[in-house]
Design a protein around this ligand. Structure first.
Ligand SMILES: C[S@@+](CC[C@H](N)C(=O)[O-])C[C@H]1O[C@@H](n2cnc3c(N)ncnc32)[C@H](O)[C@@H]1O
Length: 196
């Protein structure tokens, strides 16, 4: 497992939610996640919990897995959230523990993305659903952001929609749909895991 790189997010954590409080994203995600559910939701790379805090009342509970202590500090004390200092590539959770998984604007930051997908699939319950939202690198404006992140030595790795969906090929019971029309600057991917 690669060593976690420098935590850039600790510097922006105190201000992060001022840029976007997550309200409009939460509305869309409520539908894509098919909430409410009685089981737990994992917000992977969930940071301050700005989005999942708005969803927690419609779940049995929300765990946030994130490597940034600064971001997790903001999540602490928010109702219904259980922050865990953990790499998505190596999660401290039992197999099948989560009924829903959410990843927003975080996947391109993960250090070992193929390993992260496999690990997220492990902790997703059969019959569960994973929703992944990523900036759409096919757009010029997003390529500029990617360049900015490279200049900040963030080691981000963005994927085109088809390639992102391809990461789920061969995972047991995976059925994936990808939408790039809902928001031209984002990819919305939904992966359902068949019941056994
Ligand atoms: C741009 S922020 C997005 C936070 C949140 N999903 C949101 O939309 O508000 C990306 C987050 O991913 C976290 N992150 C990056 N790599 C990670 C990894 N390998 N495992 C867990 N979290 C990671 C960062 O610490 C950061 O909090």
């Amino acid at each position: 497992m690669p060593r976690p790189p420098f935590d850039h997010f600790r510097f922006v954590a105190p201000f992060y939610d001022r840029v976007s409080d997550g309200q409009s994203a939460a509305q869309t995600l409520r539908d894509l996640l098919a909430l409410p559910v009685s089981g737990w939701l994992l917000d992977a790379g969930g940071g301050t919990g700005r989005i999942s805090a708005r969803l927690s009342a419609q779940t049995g509970g929300v765990a946030i897995a994130d490597v940034s202590l600064g971001m997790l500090r903001q999540a602490r004390g928010r109702d219904g959230l259980r922050p865990a200092h953990a790499q998505v590539e190596r999660l401290p959770f039992a197999s099948g523990q989560f009924e829903r998984i959410l990843i927003v604007d975080a996947f391109h930051h993960f250090y070992a993305q193929e390993a992260a997908v496999a690990e997220l699939w492990r902790v997703l319950r059969p019959g569960g659903r994973l929703v992944l939202v990523e900036p759409n690198i096919a757009r010029g404006a997003v390529r500029l952001i990617a360049l900015g992140e490279r200049l900040l030595l963030m080691r981000s790795r963005f994927w085109r929609a088809e390639a992102l969906a391809g990461l789920f090929d061969g995972l047991p019971g995976a059925r994936v749909t990808v939408d790039t029309a809902r928001d031209p600057y984002s990819i919305h991917l939904v992966a359902e895991k068949a019941s056994v």
